[in-house]
Design a protein. Structure first.
Length: 394
């Protein structure tokens, strides 16, 4: 694992160590504040993040999510527990060792951009490398690469005040990436942006992640954003994680009323994909092996009104209808001669939103195929309706 968080606690106030025993004795966040003037930010959180994973931590204001991410690079000193990065417990590192770790392995993107107003965009992006001691030519070359990666070429000599909010956040992202960190910590980086710009930045981050494959811990209070970005999601409340899982697991199986309230208004059509809702076909016609009568018997056995046809490598070739199969049997035709080509094909990663109209306007089920054309599954309209209903019921 790239990051391992084990029973991390963060308590603010005088003598926070005494709060550890109180937490173990079952005293809650409100009680500790009222009786002992101790504020519990994080109350025993554990999780692990794999290399290259985008792990999203979400919750309402005061849930502890921002406190937790600041523990991951010790901007907040954890009161208890351990945090391992590449099997090294960073809670045991000296301040000098931590500074070195931050410079070399960890980048951070903040909500408020944190750009230097008197530095050009190029100098802002190169700043981390400058602090590291990288030579001018090398740091400018790397900064230029990251500026181009986030789509800001041509703005190198501008100043932050000359850029829009979305463009400034791209600069912040480029600066974090310029140092080539293994880990990127992002604390509500898009929350101050307008909705359309925010969506653009989410798409930009996903595009960059495809090529850079960083380990990312992303903080948000927006469930739609969490579901769009996260490989896995941890939902926090009162300093603890109340549920952790994939977007589909959280949408389909909320573990308590707190999570139910989060998920009840989610636009499921934008989050769920064809791969989430497809099912294996009950039967397929195999070209070059099955005859028309054999295929008709398969359809009768499984109660099918249409059937998809595949080749010997399970690549989709088209669809077949009963009347055409009956004609093929009478006239001794091959399946290829009566094969229909109007089967709608979708990728497993396509959202339900993008395939909803297709599912209502086709006589065949939607065929879910991979990049090689191999049939992965099928989608019928009832599956889409079931997936879009909150409880998965038709």
């Amino acid at each position: 694992m790239k990051i391992e968080v084990n029973d991390v606690v963060k308590i603010f106030g005088k003598n926070p160590q005494r709060g550890l025993a109180m937490l173990k004795d079952g005293q809650g966040k409100d009680e500790m504040l009222a009786r002992h003037n101790l504020t519990v930010g994080v109350a025993g959180v554990s999780f692990a993040v794999e290399a290259g994973e985008m792990f999203v931590i979400m919750g309402l204001s005061g849930s502890g999510k921002s406190t937790l991410i600041r523990c991951l690079n010790r901007l907040h000193e954890p009161t208890g527990g351990s945090i391992k990065i590449d099997d090294q417990d960073i809670t045991q590192m000296s301040k000098a060792e931590m500074r070195d770790l931050r410079r070399k392995k960890i980048g951070m993107v903040f909500q408020n951009f944190a750009l230097y107003p008197t530095r050009t965009i190029l100098d802002n992006v190169a700043f981390g490398l400058e602090i590291r001691g990288t030579g001018k030519e090398e740091r400018y070359q790397k900064a230029q690469e990251m500026i181009e990666a986030v789509g800001l070429q041509g703005y190198e000599d501008q100043y932050p005040s000359q850029l829009s909010g979305g463009m400034q956040q791209r600069v912040g992202l480029a600066r974090a990436l310029a140092s080539d960190p293994d880990i990127l910590l992002m604390d509500e980086p898009f929350s101050a942006l307008d909705p359309l710009i925010r969506k653009d930045m989410q798409d930009e981050l996903l595009r960059l992640q495809e090529s850079l494959n960083k380990t990312i811990v992303f903080i948000t209070h927006d469930l739609d954003e969490a579901l769009s970005l996260g490989d896995r999601i941890a939902i926090m409340k009162d300093g603890v994680v109340v549920q952790m899982g994939t977007a589909e697991e959280i949408l389909n199986n909320p573990e308590d009323e707190y999570v139910v309230k989060f998920t009840e208004n989610v636009d499921r059509s934008r989050i769920l994909t064809a791969g989430n809702v497809m099912q294996k076909p009950l039967a397929v016609a195999r070209l070059g092996r099955d005859g028309a009568n054999t295929v008709l018997r398969k359809m009768e056995k499984h109660g099918l009104t249409t059937i998809l046809a595949v080749d010997g490598s399970n690549r989709l070739q088209g669809g077949l209808l009963p009347d055409d199969l009956a004609r093929a049997g009478k006239e001794n035709l091959s399946l290829d001669e009566v094969l229909a080509q109007d089967v709608a094909v979708v990728d497993p990663d396509e959202s339900l939103q993008s395939i909803l109209e297709l599912s209502t306007d086709t006589q065949f089920p939607l065929a879910v195929v991979n990049e090689d054309g191999v049939l992965q599954g099928i989608i019928v309209r009832s599956l889409v309706i079931a997936a879009l209903s909150r409880r998965g019921e038709v």
